[in-house]
Design a protein around this ligand. Structure first.
Ligand code: ATP
Length: 286
């Protein structure tokens, strides 16, 4: 049986601004988004009579609602391939935590299937299938740090991010993205549609003036522990700290790996009181 193991990275949003709500209910955003070196592993066993999915995390569905399953089934339908694939996901990325794990798994399946069947789908066609699975899926096919606009799918390369050491703190509760957007008070967001992404170049000091997330107001309103984590990271020397996506994960940016390592040791000792998962990672730059 032919199999393929594909690393499936998480993402963080270094900037997320909600600029409006479309008539169909989707929100338009501008976000600066980067993959990070925190990976699930997606293993595909090809040429099966039907498609199936298994996941090591008990909270992740193993039916058609799994984003990886949806990606496979859309790929086969779009290309009229009458085949199945057995998908097995080793979950490391915390679930429903603002790190895009499900979307990343879906992108990994699309890349793996396209490779196995000899690239029948062009990059553009694969992006279209990805968007049907979810607004964040095209980003994971893109392969660059990106400024994403629209519902998150209109992608522009951002080449100027410096390599950063990231301490990621994930409290062990889930936040559902739909709930966050439903509770967002658009009147409170400053809808600057002409916002231009400033170049960061190698000037790390600018990052801290730049980080922003409109969704924090909603998620922190319900889960003040997120603010506690932000403050802990800043107290431990982070240049800046921000909630990723709709939360609840928070990341702190550090000047170098040494400072980040010190901070993570302190956070791990704090964790005896509060139940947080912690990771020391780097941005995944091309
Ligand atoms: P979002 O893209 O909504 O911001 P997130 O990064 O916060 O997502 P995910 O880990 O992708 O969170 O999970 C969001 C929801 O999708 C969860 O309720 C989860 O059960 C469901 N889900 C479906 N498929 C997957 C998958 N392959 N991995 C993780 N979650 C999945």
């Amino acid at each position: 049986m032919k199999t393929l193991a594909i690393p499936s990275p998480a993402k963080i949003n270094l900037f997320l601004k909600v600029v409006g709500r479309r008539p169909d209910g989707y929100h338009e955003i501008i976000t600066l988004i980067s993959r990070i070196r925190l990976f699930d592993t997606v293993v595909l066993a090809f040429d099966q009579p039907s498609t199936s999915v298994k996941c090591s995390h008990p909270g992740v569905p193993e039916d058609r609602s799994n984003l990886a399953y949806r990606a496979a089934s859309l790929f086969f339908d779009t290309l009229s391939i009458h085949d199945g694939v057995a998908i097995s996901i080793d979950k490391v990325i915390p679930v429903a935590s603002g790190l895009g794990g499900g979307s990343s798994n879906a992108a990994a399946v699309l890349m793996g299937l396209n490779r196995h069947y000899g690239l029948p789908s062009s990059d553009g066609e694969l992006m279209e299938i990805a968007l049907k699975v979810g607004a964040d899926v095209p980003f994971f096919l893109f392969g660059h740090v990106a400024v994403a606009r629209g519902i998150g799918n209109d992608l522009e390369v951002c080449e100027d991010l410096p390599p950063l050491s990231v301490v990621l703190v994930c409290p062990r509760f889930e936040v559902h993205t739909a709930w966050v957007y439903e509770n967002l008070n658009l009147g409170l967001t400053n809808s600057d549609k002409n916002f231009k992404m400033r170049s960061l170049k190698q000037d790390f000091s600018r990052v801290k003036h730049f980080l922003f997330n409109d969704l924090e107001q909603v998620t922190i309103g319900k889960f003040p522990e997120i603010k506690t984590i932000k403050n802990a990271l800043l107290d431990l020397g982070a240049e800046a700290a921000l909630m990723s996506g709709s939360g609840p994960s928070v990341f702190g940016l550090f000047k170098d790996a040494q400072q980040a390592t010190k901070a993570i040791h302190s956070i791990i000792s704090l964790r005896r009181r509060a139940r947080w998962d912690t990771f020391l990672v780097e941005l995944l730059l091309p």
